[in-house]
Design a protein around this ligand. Structure first.
Ligand code: ZN
Length: 122
C-alpha cells in the first residue's frame, strides 16, 4: 500500500539514498490547486506546468492584482482600527463598534494569509 514519504521514512532515518528511492513509490502530493484569490470564480484547477520553476498561485494576473490589492487594503484598514483602539477615549459603544470592525477585517484577512512578492508575476 503506497504511503506518503513521511510515513515511508522517519525523519531520523532520512538520507538522500533512502528518500530518493522511497519517493518514487510514495503517494505524491497532488499538484493542482484552486486560484489563491478567494474571490476567484474560475472553475478550473491550476495544473503544475513542468516548464515553470515557481508554482503558479493565481489563475491570471488579474486575480493576482485583485488579491494583492484587497490584502493591502485590509492590512491598512487593520492598522487604522488597531491604532484607534490603542488610544484611550470613546464611549463603550464606540469602542465596541471599532472592535467589531477590527474583528471583521481580521476575519477577511485570514483568507489573504499568503504574502505575495509584489514584484513577481504569475
Ligand atoms: Zn483566479
Amino acid at each position: 500500500m503506497p504511503q506518503r514519504i513521511n510515513t515511508a521514512v522517519a525523519p531520523a532515518d532520512a538520507t538522500v539514498p533512502t528518500v530518493a528511492s522511497q519517493w518514487r513509490d510514495s503517494v505524491q502530493p497532488v499538484e493542482s490547486f484552486r486560484c489563491l484569490n478567494p474571490r476567484c470564480e474560475a472553475p478550473d484547477l491550476i495544473q503544475k506546468e513542468k516548464s515553470k520553476g515557481r508554482p503558479q498561485l493565481f489563475c491570471s494576473s488579474k486575480c493576482r492584482r485583485a488579491y494583492d490589492y484587497e490584502r493591502s487594503q485590509l492590512l491598512l484598514d487593520q492598522e487604522v482600527l488597531a491604532a484607534a483602539l490603542a488610544r484611550p477615549g470613546g464611549s463603550f459603544r464606540q469602542r465596541q463598534a471599532v472592535q467589531s470592525a477590527l474583528a471583521t477585517v481580521r476575519r477577511c484577512l485570514s483568507h489573504y494569509a499568503y504574502a505575495t512578492n509584489r514584484a513577481s508575476k504569475g
